[in-house]
Design a protein around this ligand. Structure first.
Ligand SMILES: [Zn+2]
Ligand SMILES: [Zn+2]
Length: 752
């Protein structure tokens, strides 16, 4: 229970209406509490507190919060040591006339009602449970599914609320008498712990070879066998909290096997390590990163490797995603093995994580159903600021505040790395990570998630918000939703949603916004991605600057082959003869690209930052093919060293300031300095250039500048921005995972 004080926060009372002048011998008060108060041991805590102060009354979960009936008007002031994961966001106190005379304090059965809800997120196994897991005398010694009121899976097993056993996938397991006793004893740590289970009555661990059961006689033996398989070079699919992980040793051969299994050539994989000491052998870990690694959410944290060449097949970058064990099963695995394990989401690229035994040969699994699939969350620290690369397990479905009162809204987000959200008043419920919705399976996952969130948040959609891009699957689904609910459809420009998401998180309405990413559909139908807006009153946008438009040869295929982008840019600097002589392209390639340019066939123009960084990566010979999202720019980032002095070049066009990128390529082409320095120079050029445009346009000195978009994950670019005092996303991902929040916010602003 130590170290989690940040979760025990109070808000001031909202509508504290005390009904005076009631004449009853026993003065009782109804206190209604909202926040994260279900599934976190809140009711037993209230019970203990009431007993401690010899108070009488009752406590129960009602759909949208917890209701306390008590003979103390100021009871809430006594709650100074909330359970580690509980959070009160608001409460009301009302004196009531009670027909019943209370002589004791009791916990009542939950009742279902309509209203807002705060469902709990999945969290790690707590220290108390870990102690029991290790205690040979304890009846849950070595039990892989040990949990308590303070820990364990939540969101991933919830079908409905209130958060009670019948509404979870634990419903299928009938409690044994001993578990039942703990479950019904208000003084027990497992009182109403919906995940309660033991070796006798809980889920059983099974080891499968295809469909054949090869489990040992006990769970311990099964885990031992599983590790033997891993040690002998097999890949194991392990059922985790929100989906299956593919697990193997981290040597080249084994990682290669996993890559083959999922047709993933290069995408960096995450590893799980036994403890912080093991992390420190592999990567640099700051205090902040340590705190994140050990937090109850147990995310993957992207860390800088100590040696770039270690774990090279796991991650080709200078960084590696690392996480610590977060379930009892993970801890038990590490009892048998003292080295890092590759632990990656079991799914085909772009498809949602697998929740059934369908990918792999060997499965370490159990019967508890995963109701809501949920990937591991991924975080990265830049300049002591935390960036969410993926906000999912551990954080979903905890709401994020909005600075305005919203109507019931569904925002379906964008296309890649997607997340959706629903909003109710000033709360935004972000879904788990969904992914690439251009893929059929993921598109279905998006639709399911939207419907689930509408149901779980008891939403009556009035506004449906989506991207401006006409052919995104999410846009088309939004149109269907609007018809289905007779709701208003509001389309929001991608980069406006980006900067608005960051601004709304900081509760600011007048600011300069910088958006840098791969691409988004612009107001003018062109592909944007390096944009500066002057924003007034939260939703009045003026595009005051952007990156120079560059030709994108072959449309979307230039995203996969950065050389196409590079060729288009270089064609502005070099003659045809020079282009043909350039060793970067073979002659056949060059002739084809020249033909595309001459005929102006399938050439789009884009201000994308991602595409410029990709082209630099190709120019420096770092990356020829994008085999995963952001690859060329990420390799560029990991190769970059110290930037050279090269001042940004600007031009003016129809009242807008343009950061010219052609001069940058001219400079890089002619410069013979080492490549690391050139990589850094290119990144700094863009960061400095766009920042200067925003800074010059400030009408007041203290006006804030915000920065959002996928490029914000770049260490050097964000590091520079943060040093200049620029604001970035806090609880939201900086990439496309924040789009839905920005859409919901702007759609409601535009509708006011
Ligand atoms: Zn626990
Ligand atoms: Zn039991």
């Amino acid at each position: 229970m130590k170290g989690h004080k940040i979760y025990a926060r109070f808000a001031s009372p909202e509508n504290k209406c005390i009904d005076a002048c009631l004449s009853s011998e026993q003065k009782m008060y109804k206190i209604f509490v909202q926040g994260i108060v279900q599934g976190v041991g809140f009711r037993p805590y209230i019970y203990r507190k009431a007993k401690e102060h010899t108070l009488v009354g009752s406590v129960k979960n009602i759909g949208n919060g917890v209701e306390i009936i008590i003979n103390d008007r100021d009871f809430i002031q006594k709650l100074t040591d909330l359970p580690p994961l509980a959070k009160i966001s608001n409460y009301s106190v009302k004196e009531i006339k009670s027909k019943k005379h209370f002589s004791d304090f009791s916990i009542l059965k939950s009742s279902v009602s309509k209203g807002e809800t705060e469902l709990p997120a999945d969290i790690f196994m707590c220290d108390d449970c870990l102690r029991e897991l290790r205690d040979e005398e304890n009846r849950r010694h070595d039990y892989y599914f040990i949990t308590c009121t303070n820990c364990g899976p939540r969101f991933t097993m919830i079908k409905d609320y209130p958060y009670d056993r019948p509404f979870t996938s634990m419903h299928q397991f009938k409690m044994c008498p001993q578990c039942k006793r703990e479950y019904t004893n208000p003084l027990d740590r497992r009182y109403h712990a919906q995940t309660i289970a033991c070796k006798k009555c809980g889920p059983k661990l099974r080891l499968l070879n295809d469909k054949k059961d090869i489990s040992g006689k006990s769970d311990t033996e099964t885990i031992g066998k599983a590790i033997d398989l891993i040690k002998s070079g097999e890949v194991l699919s392990i059922k985790g909290v929100g989906g299956f992980h593919s697990c193997s040793l981290c040597d080249d051969g084994n990682v290669g096997k996993v890559r083959e299994m999922f047709h993933r050539l290069h995408k960096p994989y995450a590893i799980m390590v036994k403890d912080i000491e093991m992390v420190e052998k592999i990567a640099y870990v700051s205090e902040k990163e340590k705190e994140l690694l050990q937090s109850p959410q147990r995310p993957i944290v992207v860390l800088k490797k100590k040696k770039k060449d270690v774990f090279k097949t796991t991650s080709e970058l200078d960084t590696i995603g690392v996480m610590l064990p977060y379930t009892a099963l993970h801890y038990l695995l590490f009892d048998y093995i003292n080295e890092p394990l590759l632990m990656t989401s079991c799914n085909i690229p772009g498809e949602p994580v697998s929740i059934i035994e369908n990918m792999g040969t060997y499965f370490l699994t159990h019967e508890r159903r995963i109701v809501n699939r949920c990937d591991d969350s991924v975080l990265k620290v830049i300049h002591d600021t935390t960036f969410f690369l993926r906000r999912s397990r551990g954080y979903t479905p905890i709401s994020i505040m909005l600075p305005v009162e919203c109507q019931d809204t569904v925002a379906v987000g964008t296309e890649l790395n997607n997340i959706i959200c629903t909003t109710k008043k000033n709360k935004c419920y972000l879904s788990q990570y969904i992914g690439d919705t251009s893929k059929y399976e993921t598109y279905n996952f998006l639709k399911d998630t939207v419907m689930k969130f509408i149901y779980l948040t008891r939403l009556k959609p009035q506004i449906i918000a989506c991207d401006l891009h006409p052919s995104y699957n999410s846009t088309m689904f939004a149109k269907e939703l609007a018809t289905m609910y007779d709701a208003k459809l509001i389309q929001i420009q991608h980069h406006q949603a980006h900067v608005a998401s960051a601004a709304a998180e900081h509760k600011i309405t007048d600011y300069m916004g910088i958006a840098m990413d791969g691409l988004g559909y612009g107001d003018d139908g062109k592909l944007w991605g390096g944009e500066i807006f002057s924003v007034r009153k939260g939703n009045a946008f003026t595009r005051i600057g952007h990156l120079e438009e560059q030709p994108q040869l072959g449309g979307d295929s230039a995203t996969i082959y950065p050389k196409k982008m590079l060729f288009g840019i270089l064609s502005k600097i070099l003659t045809e003869k020079e282009l043909l002589k350039l060793r970067l392209f073979d002659e056949k390639e060059s002739r084809l690209y020249l033909q595309i340019l001459h005929n102006n066939f399938n050439v789009q123009h884009t201000t994308s930052t991602g595409r410029v960084l990709d082209a630099v990566s190709a120019l420096l010979g770092f990356c020829e093919k994008r085999t995963y999202d952001g690859r060329p720019a990420m390799i560029l980032e990991s190769m970059a060293t110290t930037p050279l002095e090269f001042e940004p070049v600007f031009s003016q066009e129809q009242g807008k300031t343009i950061l010219m990128t052609t001069p940058l390529f001219d400079y890089l082409l002619r410069n013979k300095e080492e490549k690391g320095k050139l990589a850094a120079t290119a990144q700094m050029y863009i960061a400095k250039g766009l920042f200067e445009i925003a800074k010059k346009a400030l009408t007041k000195k203290d006006m804030p500048i915000v920065f959002s978009g996928g490029v914000a994950y770049n260490r050097m670019i964000s590091g520079f921005m943060l040093q200049q005092g620029v604001l970035v996303n806090r609880e939201l991902p900086a990439g496309d995972g924040s789009i839905c929040y920005g859409q919901a916010y702007l759609a409601n602003m535009n509708n006011m």
